[in-house]
Structures are given as C-alpha cells and as structure tokens.
Design a protein around this ligand. Structure first.
Ligand code: NAD
Ligand code: TYD
Length: 360
C-alpha cells in the first residue's frame, strides 16, 4: 500500500485532491493529511472520509520541523503532495510575513524532512519515492492583453508578495533537484474553481454575495483575465504528473479557459437565474444592479494564461470540464452546501470582509 503525505489537505484544492484519490484508488493507498487549520483549513471538507482506516489527520504547522520529521519516522511515506500555503493575493498585500514563513520556510522544512527520510548513505534516493510541489502560474508575472502564454520556460517575474513567496518556494525545490538530485516535480497551475473554495476568492465570493443580495465588488475595470481550471481536472493532473511525468520536470496545468472577471460575474448571474426555481425569492435581487466597481488591487496582474501543451503531449492530460459545465457543478455544490457556506462566513470571515472591502 502506497502512503501519501498531503500537506494542506483541509484547504480547497487539497481536500478535493484527497476525495479524488480515494475515489480513484480506494483502499490501495493510505493518506496522511497534515494541516495547521488556518482560517482556510476546514475539516468539514473531509467529514465523509475521516472514518476511513487508510486516512489519518495530523494537525501541525509545516514550519515545525520536529512535527514533520516525526510523521516521516512514524509512516513509510512514498509520495509527498505539497499544497499547504497561504494562498490569497489580497491578504499577502496586507500581511506579507506569514506568506514568507509558510510558503518559503514551510516548503524548506518539507524538503528537508523528505530528504532526510529518503536519502541513502551513498547520496542516492529510495526508488519510487517522489515529492510534488503544487505552485501557481502567478510566478510568471503578467501577460499582455493581446496575446502570449505562459510556458514552463517562461522566466519568473512575480509581482505580489504571494507570487514572490511561491516563486521562492519553487526555486528551493529546483535547488534541491539540481543540488541533491532530490526526486521531485513542480506543477504550476492556473486559477482553480469548484467545491470547497473559500469565499475570499472571486467565484465563491460572487456566488455567495449574489445569493445574499450583497454587492459584487469588481476590482478596477473588471477586464483582468484569468484562465479558469475546474479543480477536479487539476487533481487528476497532479496524480498523472506524479505517476507518469518525468522526474525533475515542471508541468504547467491550465484550463485553456481565459475569461475577463466581468464575464465570469455575468456568467454566474445568468447561471444562478437559470438554476434557481422560478418561485425562489432571491431571483428578485439577482441581477446586474449588484455589480459594483471598486478600487483596483495594488499591482493587479492584467492577464494569466497557460498553454498546457507539455502536459498534454507527454502525459496525455487535458482540461476535461468546460467552464459552462464546471460553473454549474460548482453552483450546484454551493446550493447543496448552504450550511458549509454559513459556517465559513460567520465569525472571523465577517471581520475579514469588513477590513478588506469597507473603504474600497
Ligand atoms: P487554501 O488557502 O484553500 O488552503 C491552504 C491549506 O493549507 C489550508 O487547509 C490551510 O489550513 C493550510 N495551511 C496554511 N498554512 C499552513 C501551515 N503553516 N502548516 C500547515 N498547513 C497550513 O489554498 P488552495 O487554494 O487549496 O491552494 C493549495 C495550493 O495550490 C497552494 O500551494 C496554492 O499556492 C496553490 N495554487 C492555488 C490556486 C487556486 O486557484 N486556488 C492556483 C494555483 C496554485
Ligand atoms: P482571486 O480569486 O483572488 O485569484 P488571483 O488573484 O489569485 O487570480 O481573484 C481573481 C480575479 O478576480 C483577480 O483579477 C482579482 C479579481 N477580484 C475582483 O475583481 N473582486 C474580488 O472581490 C476578488 C476577490 C477578486
């Protein structure tokens, strides 16, 4: 039985990945999920799998080298999939320090612990032991509106404290591969959307606000472009890279689905209008009048777009879910999980929302 150490498995992509892996491999694998449970980590995301014999949750900070090394001593870890990070650009603009701690130092701790567990006396590594570092296309910077794509060879040019911290963590993984021949891969993906995404990010924030009749805050002119990837397609890509990809390589994972933010908001409004029953009272307020242009994000990258050619040619992965289908599945999930949204948007979230949007 192969054992996985997943970091950040209580967050958005990590919890989708754990669900995907148990759906795919069932009892053939064991997963150890290490998560600090910051505001973004939520064990409710995993409640249907918490009773499995082949699943274990450990609450720990990835910066805590003792706690992480202990897991490698207790378990025969063959795969690391490293998601844990501070992940929201707006928060990084307000408070960069924690991004450097978790994203840079935390990644270093994970690399050191895996290296210590897997390295042989002759400097080689145990066969079939692999580390996958999950990163972002934001490390490549911003593209012009009228063309171009991010490739694996695109030079790094991060702008926000978030993307700078992710770029630094990627460089550490690259350094371990180059210096020690440490068995790793890096994936850089575009903007994910889907179930369990925390409503500080564009799509769940707009769905939640529209349902509640709150304004929909559009940064700047609303014409910034992101390349949206359905989270399940991403999870499948991560597994395929780890099992079929060439070690030491970087693979970009993108949705081939570029949209302006304002187009996303219109699609959400239209889809909500189509999906809600005719007599739902919320239909009275779900319309364009909710759209409110607000002060732009500082240093706002104009356009991201990935050409996922390498992963398609070498591994056969491609984004299977078109946006219209993915957004319907996502909205349906939020309809069915109103209590989840209620839980994560009470308490601290209200204060966050006030701080971030009050005087914008
Ligand atoms: P998320 O913010 O939803 O979840 C992050 C998880 O990491 C949470 O469960 C949190 O509790 C945990 N965590 C944070 N600090 C920790 C620490 N010090 N120790 C242990 N656990 C800690 O993030 P996400 O959207 O699921 O992103 C996962 C990864 O994918 C991140 O590395 C992010 O940079 C990358 N990524 C995300 C996107 C996206 O669109 N969401 C796009 C590209 C790359
Ligand atoms: P976000 O979901 O924060 O992801 P990222 O910044 O990592 O791409 O934002 C996606 C886009 O939506 C980005 O261009 C900023 C914009 N945006 C808004 O216009 N309003 C909002 O309230 C939020 C959260 C984001």
């Amino acid at each position: 039985m192969r054992t996985y150490l997943v970091t950040g498995g209580a967050g958005f992509i990590g919890s989708n990945y754990i669900h995907y892996m148990f759906r795919k491999y069932g009892d053939e694998i064991k997963i150890i999920n290490v998560d600090k449970l910051t505001y973004a980590g939520n064990l409710e995301n995993l409640k249907d799998i918490e009773g499995r014999d082949n699943y274990r949750f450990v609450r720990a900070d990835i910066c805590d080298s003792e706690a992480i090394s202990k897991i490698f001593e207790e378990e025969d870890i063959q795969r690391v999939v490293h998601f844990a990070a501070e992940s929201h650009v707006d928060r990084s603009i307000k408070n960069p320090e924690v991004f450097v701690k978790t994203n840079v130092l935390g990644t270093l701790v994970m690399l050191n612990a895996a290296k210590a567990a897997w390295e042989q006396p002759d400097g080689s590594f145990l066969p079939d032991h692999k580390f996958l570092h999950v990163s972002t296309d934001e490390v490549y910077g911003s593209l012009p509106e009228d063309g171009g794509y991010f490739y694996e060879t695109t030079p790094y040019d991060p702008h926000s404290p978030y993307s700078a911290s992710k770029a630094s963590s990627d460089f550490l993984v690259k350094a371990y591969m180059d210096t020690y021949h440490f068995p790793a891969n890096i994936t850089n993906c575009s903007n994910n959307y889907g179930p369990y995404q925390f409503p500080e990010k564009l799509i769940p924030l707009m769905i939640n606000n529209a349902l509640q009749g709150k304004s929909l805050p559009v940064y700047g002119d609303g014409k910034n472009v992101r390349d949206w990837l359905f989270v399940e397609d991403h999870c499948k890509g991560i597994d395929m890279v780890q099992e079929k990809g060439r070690l030491f390589e970087t693979y970009n994972i993108g949705g081939h689905n570029e949209r302006q933010n304002i187009q996303i908001i219109h699609t959400i409004l239209d889809t909500l209008q189509d999906m809600l029953p005719e007599d739902d009272p919320r239909l009275a307020h779900i319309n364009e009048d909710l759209i409110t242009y607000v002060t732009d994000r500082k240093g706002h990258d104009r356009r991201y777009a990935i050409a996922p050619d390498k992963i398609k040619e070498e591994i056969g992965w491609y984004p299977e879910t078109c946006f219209e289908e993915g957004i319907k599945k996502t909205i349906e999930w939020y309809f069915d999980h109103a209590d989840w949204m209620q839980n994560v948007t009470s308490g601290d979230y209200l204060k966050y929302y006030e701080d971030m949007y009050a005087n914008r």
